[in-house]
Design a protein around this ligand. Structure first.
Ligand code: IVH
Length: 671
């Protein structure tokens, strides 16, 4: 090819590629296939590598190039990059309209442009004679950072305008837009990062900001950044008279402009639009945090002037947000009802979902560790409906080095006793039965139907007794007296004496019930029955090692550890001493446990799911008729009580010739 023919072909290829790029990324209606596009691209690349002198910065091949830089240069903006004041309701909007109408009479008859307020990053794009020469961040509104090489990688950003047609570009043109990552692309990106074991972003805005602030443009190029433009910051010559014409002009040059912007004739239309948008936003593929209302006439806009950084002629109509960012001032710990310590965030107060929020849950310690949440971080919090506000994650990009990683304490913040850790978990818990943060709940459990079964003793009374200072640990119920109970609200002689009788009666409850009443983590009715029959007394259980405990069928290492840790706790030992002193120290062979009945002396083993009965119901039934429940089939077993889906115990019982019964036959036996 002749050198002039090559120059022409290169120019032609660039023009075609630019047009196809525009049709694909801006208009989203490509007219050629991807492979045809790739072929043209390859042809241009080949020609440019053969004739490097023909390479120009607006060539589509130059979107990604060069090497990482170590910082971004500072750039002065030609005009201030302004911000917007906010309105939150139709009434606020009307008030704004009334204010500016007084300042300039032309406002009354002016039109307004209503645009989506995209939750992205402002970018300022410079064009000289139609060629993209520089792109910057907003910075402080006067000086921004030069991120040209990163912005070049944004496919919908035209490297030369006009993209098509014969219109002349102004010699100088500075355009403002918003760079963002569409929702679907954001989910895809996060999934990809997560699958590669890389850190994910907490929202699309952060992902876009992270991508544009990359020092290596190749990384930016791999991020799906989109763009919408909405303002001409400067142009030479100046020729635009209205905001609506500005949008049309930008669109004609080939800039991506939101099709969702509208021209409204009056305030009523504007407010209707704002309300419509607050419903419509969820259906969009990009995040908006409000809409922007702008006076259409640019002369009126200029005449209204600026207050601080905000032009008077435009406002942001903000939607009530359910997600905001704020600073994490500290991490506190709540002692939950079951003793597990759960972290919460102490926040710099912030308005979210219409209320001021000062605290938010951090879920659990795994969350704090996995998300690397540090004290001093900026965090994203969410408050949706009636849900307790919670932390979504921290904004790593906002760190300045003063943030401190969180180190969980080794003592319970409520009672000061050493905390315990679950095997293989980050979670910690406090095993102190008398821990003030847990006492109401522990007491409630101690007297409940499945444990000591004290009539008339519910949650309300538990709270009342603790608040009155009469109960500091569960054993204190056995030293309650008439005089102090009578002082409680709602207590008369009759109620007091029936309560005291019920408490005294409860001391006759069998060992298994007391074991369950202690509230050891993970020890429910089945484990309590097994522990009681295996060890026979609290003295023996308190001496058991984790190995011995794990020999019991169905008892894993977590429960075995929890039992040992519970008995290791000095406060718990003191409570046990008090129970013993109060005369409540049942053993398996106690006479008061040996209720005589038709099943006295008989050992019954249970297998399968019993019809209409829980395992506990069956144990209670057998014990209340004098029988005892065995763990496994031995030659001493009298009966095997069978339910649905019986286990291997059935085979063993049949082998040994032990009588097999169901719930109904058991009831018949007792009749
Ligand atoms: S107009 C005078 N229009 O919202 C012009 N801003 O403080 C002032 N934003 O971070 C901005 N979409 O980057 C305008 N259609 C839009 C916008 C928009 C998003 C952002 C802007 C700034 C904030 C306003």
């Amino acid at each position: 090819m002749q050198s002039s023919a090559i120059t022409v072909r290169v120019a032609q290829l660039r023009h075609e590629l630019q047009l196809h790029n525009y049709l694909y990324y801006v208009m989203q209606s490509p007219s050629i296939s991807d492979s045809d596009f790739d072929e043209l691209f390859k042809e241009l690349q080949d020609l440019e590598s053969q004739y490097p002198e023909l390479i120009e910065e607006d060539s589509p091949t130059q979107r990604v190039g060069g090497y990482p830089s170590d910082k971004f240069d500072k750039v002065d903006h030609p005009n201030p990059i302004l911000s917007l004041s906010k309105v939150n309701s139709p009434a606020d909007t009307e008030a704004w309209f009334a204010r500016i109408s007084k300042l300039d009479g032309r406002v009354m008859s002016n039109k307004f442009v209503v645009e989506p307020k995209i939750d992205g990053l402002t970018v300022v794009l410079h064009y000289e004679n139609g060629v993209f020469t520089r792109g910057c961040t907003r910075g402080d509104g006067h000086v921004g950072e030069d991120i040209t090489r990163n912005l070049r990688t944004v496919r919908s950003l035209p490297l030369r305008v006009p993209v098509k047609g014969s219109m002349d570009a102004p010699s100088t043109l500075v355009v403002r837009g918003e760079a963002f990552i569409p929702n679907q692309s954001f989910y895809d990106l996060n999934n990809k990062l997560g699958a590669n074991g890389e850190r994910t972003y907490i929202n699309a805005r952060n992902a876009a900001s992270g991508a544009l602030r990359q020092l290596d443009p190749r990384v930016t190029a791999s991020r799906p950044i989109a763009l919408f433009c909405y303002e001409v910051v400067a142009s030479d010559p100046q020729f635009l008279n209205s905001q609506w014409d500005t949008l049309t002009y930008l669109r004609e040059l080939g800039f991506p402009v939101s099709d969702d912007s509208v021209l409204c004739n009056n305030m009523r239309d504007v407010i209707d639009r704002c309300q419509m948008w607050s419903d419509k936003r969820k259906g969009l593929d990009y995040e908006i945090d409000g809409v922007v209302i702008k006076i259409d006439d640019l002369d009126v806009m200029a005449n209204l002037g600026v207050v601080g950084k905000d032009p008077r002629g435009a406002v942001a109509y903000k939607f009530a947000e359910d997600q905001v960012t704020t600073r994490l001032v500290d991490i506190g710990l709540n002692v939950g009802r079951t003793g597990v310590l759960t972290p919460y965030a102490v926040l710099q107060p912030v308005k979210v979902g219409g209320v001021i929020v000062k605290q938010a849950t951090l879920h659990n310690l795994d969350f704090v560790r996995d998300k690397d949440i540090r004290v001093g971080d900026h965090v994203l919090i969410k408050r949706a409906g009636e849900v307790i506000p919670y932390v979504i994650g921290s904004l790593e990009l906002e760190r300045d080095g003063s943030e401190v990683p969180y180190d969980p304490p080794d003592k319970c913040p409520s009672c000061g006793t050493a905390v315990h850790r679950f095997t293989n978990e980050v979670a910690i818990y406090c095993a102190n039965i008398a821990c003030p943060a847990q006492i109401v709940r522990n007491l409630e459990h101690f007297v409940s139907r499945s444990t000591l079964e004290i009539d008339g003793f519910g949650k309300g009374l538990a709270k009342q007794l603790v608040e009155a200072g009469l109960v500091k640990d569960v054993a204190d119920i056995f030293s309650l007296d008439k005089t102090s109970l009578l002082e409680l609200e709602g207590f008369a002689h009759k109620k007091v004496s029936s309560l005291l009788t019920a408490i005294a009666e409860s001391k006759k409850k069998p060992l298994s019930r007391l074991v369950e009443a202690l509230g050891v983590r993970g020890v429910g009715s089945v484990a309590s029955a097994s522990l009681a029959s295996a060890f026979g007394s609290l003295d023996a259980l308190g001496e058991a090692t984790t190995e011995e405990l794990q020999e019991i069928e169905g008892l894993g290492p977590n429960i075995a550890n929890a039992v040992v840790e519970w008995f290791d706790e000095p406060t718990n030992r003191r409570v046990l001493d008090k129970l013993q002193a109060a005369g409540f120290w049942p053993t398996l062979n106690d006479s008061h446990n040996n209720i005589s009945g038709v099943l006295t002396g008989m050992t019954i083993v249970i297998t399968g799911t019993l019809q209409g009965w829980s395992r506990k119901d069956a144990v209670d039934y057998i014990e209340s008729h004098g029988g005892s429940v065995g763990k496994s089939i031995t030659s001493n077993t009298n009966y095997l009580l069978v339910g649905d889906r019986p286990g291997s115990k059935l085979d063993r019982a049949l082998n040994l010739g032990i009588t097999v019964i169901d719930v109904n036959s058991l009831k018949d036996l007792v009749k």
